[in-house]
Design a protein around this ligand. Sequence first.
Ligand SMILES: [Zn+2]
Length: 257
Amino acid sequence: MKLIDAHVHLSDTEYIGHVEELIDDAKNTGIVALITNSLDFRTCQNDVALAEKYPGLVYPALGIHPWNVNVLKENELEETITFIEKQRDIAKAIGEIGLDYKYETIWEKQIFVFDKMLHLAETLELPVIIHSRGTTDKIVEILPSYRLKHVLLHWFSHPMNALYKAMDNGYYITEGPPVSYSNGIREVVENVPLTNFLTETDGPVTYWKSPYNGQMTKPAFIRNVVVAVAEIKKMQVEEVAEQIKKNFEIFFNIKLN
Ligand SMILES: [Zn+2]
């Protein structure tokens, strides 16, 4: 069975010293592609280096995360944009970008950076991976004014009417380990067509509930996620995995073996 982790942060400081073991583990559990999402200039550079080190397995999504907007160094935004432009051939998406309501004190700045990232995606003709905690309604409202190749709303949780709007627009969503235990996330999976769905771990985010119990998040968790999705969709696990692989190839324009 070929599995996909469409959203992980291999360059996060929490993973320092663990990447090799994570990659080995991913290969051993059938992961055939990982999208490593950047957060700032440093992680953009590091994610590109990882993609070069693990060709055909690790692919970078480059961008500035809303949580990092407030700690951007002088010129970091411009430097990051210039860097990403030069990586057009290796970058597979602009991400992780978006808006987060918990950081509303820097709302204007978040909007400013998000807009820059969306314009970059338009120029480079790359898909976008979006963080939308508490802001999904707003994001679904503003995205149609950009000419975007594909849109992925990562860890979509609510409200359901925004999910229906997103599906009408042909957007994709990713879900991860909470599919096994969160009723809200299970409801989302029930309502999303499998053709618009991808799996993620969002590592190094830690999952405290069973069966994960706070252990270091690793791509191997994807197998559990696919099993839980198959149960919700009343389908064979292999069938679900195969469809997710197809979705991945379409969304990121990557041909997998
Ligand atoms: Zn993330």
